[in-house]
Every structure is written in C-alpha cells, then in structure tokens.
Design a protein around this ligand. Structure first.
Ligand SMILES: [Zn+2]
Length: 237
C-alpha cells in the first residue's frame, strides 16, 4: 500500500522513494509518494522522478488511485523495481489546485450554512473551478451573496488543520455525518479537515494552511443543468 505523504504534509515538494512495481513500462507504484492522484473532483499532480543512481529524469504526467496504490504514469521508459528516486512536484500546479480545492470547501460551507443548499459535485483543474449544487429555489442574487460571503471568510484568513478520528467518533458527530455518504466500511480512522471555527469534514485532499492563501473567488458563469441543479464556474484572482 503506497504511503500517501501528502496526507501528513501538504507542503512537501520533494521526497525520496523506492519503485515497488512497474507495469506496461510506464505505470509506476512507489513505496511512498507526495503526488496527489486525481480523485474527489480534484486534478492530479505532475512533476518528475529523478533516479538517484544516474540522475536520469522521468516526467510524471498523470497520477491515479488503483485500490490502495497510487499509480504514476511517466513519459520516459526505463524505471525498474528497486530503483531509488527523488520525486519532485510541479509545485505551482499543486499549490493552485490546493487553493481551488480549499475555495470549494469555503463555498460549499457557505452554501450549506447560509442557504441549506447542498453541493453535489465539483471539478477543480488549473485555472478553473466548477461546483454543482442542488438549489430548488434558485436565485442568482443569492449565489452572488454566497460568493461575497465566501470571500469575506477567506479574507479572515482562518487556519486549516487536519487530524484523525475513529469511525465511532465520526458516527457520534452529527455535523460530520451529514457529509459522510458512502464511507467504506473497512475504514477505521478518518481524516478530518478543519477550517477553524467555520467547517469540518472527512476529507483526503490537499489544502492551503490558512484561507488567505486562496486569493479571491470570482464568478465566471452560472449554468442551469436541469430542475434544481445549477453549476457555478469560478476562478481565483
Ligand atoms: Zn478537502
């Protein structure tokens, strides 16, 4: 099982690791990684692997989760089981994805707390965020108000922290259970991401350490995706 270093240190930009498996010459599993795999509506990290024995570089163009492993796709062939590498993240990309992902937390928290509007999905890539929400009595003005409120919260620069709780603790906390849809039965410890005084939820993603790093949310467009379903596109400036 790949150790996911990004769960403990979201600001880790380089790490050493050992190649554990290679399939089709280009799909690499390491013993540990700081590369975030595409999941939860957030795009994957990219970067390079530098083999320590000869400094040869392998460009990492994709990362995804396969069962308990994180599989990295590299462009250059030649890595072998047992090779030691230095993994180097494309930090500008990762940091921007962390900003977008954390912005999505703030938006979904405000939509829920202030409008009882539930976010049903999101997709966050470089330069563009998308949030889908269930909004029976949709009003454009209200969405604009929620975004304005989200920006006020971002400006207040709250700390973002994470910690682990047991499944029992999770199930006893109604405020966390509202978002706990479909947590696999075998998961005994749950990572909680806590935007201090604002919102807590079970989460395996990467976030900035305080909200001020997000910048400012700007609405690009709001689409009607059928009865009750709306889609908000935003960018960070
Ligand atoms: Zn998150």
């Amino acid at each position: 099982m790949t150790k996911a270093l990004y769960l403990e240190d979201m600001y880790l930009k380089e790490f050493e690791a050992v190649v554990e498996s290679v399939s089709e010459e280009k799909f690499i599993v390491l013993d540990q990684t700081a590369f975030y795999p595409k999941s939860g509506g957030v795009d994957n990290d990219s970067g390079i692997f530098r083999r320590l024995s000869d400094n040869k570089e392998f460009k990492v163009i994709f990362a995804r989760k396969i069962e308990n492993e994180i599989s990295h796709e590299v462009e250059e062939l030649g890595l072998e089981v047992g090779d030691k590498i230095l993994g180097i993240l494309d930090w500008n990309r990762r940091f921007e994805l962390m900003r977008y992902h954390t912005a999505a937390h703030v938006l979904s928290g405000v939509f829920f707390n202030e409008g009882n509007v539930k976010v049903t999905g999101n997709n966050l890539v470089l330069g563009k965020g998308r949030i889908d929400f269930n909004f029976p009595n949709f009003e454009r003005d209200l969405v604009e108000k929620f975004v304005e409120r989200s920006n006020e919260i971002i400006q207040s620069d709250l700390n973002v922290e994470s910690h682990y709780i047991t499944r029992d603790e999770l199930e006893q906390d109604a405020s966390l259970m509202k978002l706990n849809m479909g947590l696999p039965k075998n998961i005994k410890h749950v990572r909680i991401v806590d935007i201090k005084t604002f919102d807590k939820q079970p989460d395996g993603g990467c976030h900035v350490s305080h909200l001020g790093e997000i910048g400012k949310i700007q609405i690009q467009k709001i689409q009607n995706k059928g009865k009750n379903n709306r889609r908000l596109y935003f960018e960070l400036i």
